[in-house]
Ligand binder design. Structure first.
Ligand SMILES: [Zn+2]
Length: 110
């Protein structure tokens, strides 16, 4: 059993997400509190507006930069090119994952 630092309830260890840096390798918030936190973050006033303004254009610009970096038709089909493509999708996937977990701000609609 472990006590959640947010709701103060004692819950089974399985109710806490695994977290490498945490005590007993678990988060100090239970799943329910963690989910509520992530939802609150997403619903926070300003997050949505930001998506449509400065951050959005910044993200689009950075997406474009990433795209530019791999848009070399002469290199298409080379090992280097494929590695760069993998890297771009990996970065995008990681960004989406972080947004879902509330550890990164959504910078675009994706
Ligand atoms: Zn809790």
């Amino acid at each position: 059993m472990r006590q959640c630092t947010t709701c103060k309830e004692w819950k089974d260890i399985d109710e806490f997400y695994r977290y490498r840096q945490g005590v007993e390798k678990r988060r100090s918030q239970c799943r329910a509190c963690r989910a509520a936190y992530a939802k609150k973050y997403r619903d926070r006033p300003g997050v949505r507006e930001k998506e449509n303004t400065a951050s959005r254009s910044r993200y689009i610009a950075s997406c474009r930069n990433l795209g530019d970096r791999v848009d070399h038709s002469a290199l298409e089909g080379t090992r280097w090119y494929e590695e760069q493509q993998d890297r771009v999708s990996e970065l995008a996937a990681r960004h989406q994952w972080n947004v879902m977990n509330g550890t990164e701000e959504p910078l675009c609609g994706n």
